[in-house]
Design a protein around this ligand. Structure first.
Ligand SMILES: [Zn+2]
Length: 261
């Protein structure tokens, strides 16, 4: 059984990176998943893949059923999630084409289901360190060994989308302390912590967001172009990391225990 899953974001939705692929169809108490889960192998390691935006990128960021996706991964026994995401850079030094391993987030979303606990039980989960430290460490070590340009820590601000930021917003995000901007990390990372799953993100910087004086307004076409070169780096990092992860107990697994009211 797979212990590790990749949630594939924009530009990263091809299950053929695995061998011996099987499709897992399942329902959840929260409704349908973004896509079927594909399971298969990287070397001797069993891996699961789910495509966040659905087949052919048809699910807008605000409409992603994050609770169904995370619930299903938990249900099949996943203990570790590596999530890929395209992001805009809010810092000169994070150049398009660089890889970023965020360690903090700012939640700028507006209308998303952000907890599994909204019925009879309330949970206030600690979020001081939202991403799994151990998993981030491995991803960054591998990136360093492969000599892939990367940034060890960064704050990601997740916006509601689907539109990109205005210049005023982009400048404000910089002033708030954000380093990169995307539309997917929150609430995915929060739900993973509630579910006791270790979660880390590989963010691919595709462009300077609109704060950048020399930057023409961001277009989807520009992003897709840069992403093509990024995808290869992300694959290499993921492939080399899955062999190294210690799939035993991590403190992420029990975080929910002290959160229940
Ligand atoms: Zn962990």
């Amino acid at each position: 059984m797979a212990k590790i899953a990749m949630i594939g974001g924009s530009g990263f939705d091809d299950p053929n990176i695995l061998s011996e692929i099987r499709q897992v169809k399942m329902g959840t108490p929260y409704g349908p998943l973004s896509s079927d889960i594909s399971t298969g192998k990287i070397g001797s390691i069993e891996v699961a893949l789910i495509n966040r935006h659905g087949k052919g990128h048809r699910i807008a960021p605000s409409l992603i059923n994050n609770r169904a996706n995370i619930w299903a991964l938990k249900e099949i026994g996943i203990t570790h999630i590596v999530a890929t995401t395209a992001c805009g850079s809010l810092r000169q030094e994070i150049e398009p084409g660089h890889i970023v391993f965020p360690d903090q987030f700012i939640d700028w979303t507006k209308s998303r289901k952000n907890s599994f606990f909204e019925g009879d039980q309330v949970a206030h989960i600690s979020m001081g360190d939202p991403f799994c430290k151990k998993l981030r460490q491995i991803l960054a070590e591998v990136a360093a060994e492969l000599q892939i340009k990367h940034h060890m820590s960064a704050t990601v601000i997740t916006i509601e989308g689907p539109r990109f930021s205005t210049r005023a917003e982009s400048r404000m995000f910089r002033a708030l302390g954000a380093d990169i901007v995307n539309m997917s990390t929150v609430p995915e990372v929060v739900l993973a912590r509630e579910a006791g799953i270790c979660y880390a993100s590989i963010a691919m910087s595709t462009d300077y967001d609109s704060w950048h004086v020399s930057e023409a307004p961001v277009t989807w076409e520009m992003i897709v172009q840069t992403m093509k070169t990024n995808v290869e780096s992300v694959k290499q990092i993921f492939f080399n990391s899955v062999q190294r992860i210690n799939y035993e107990q991590c403190e992420c697994k029990t975080a929910i225990e002290s959160a229940l009211v």
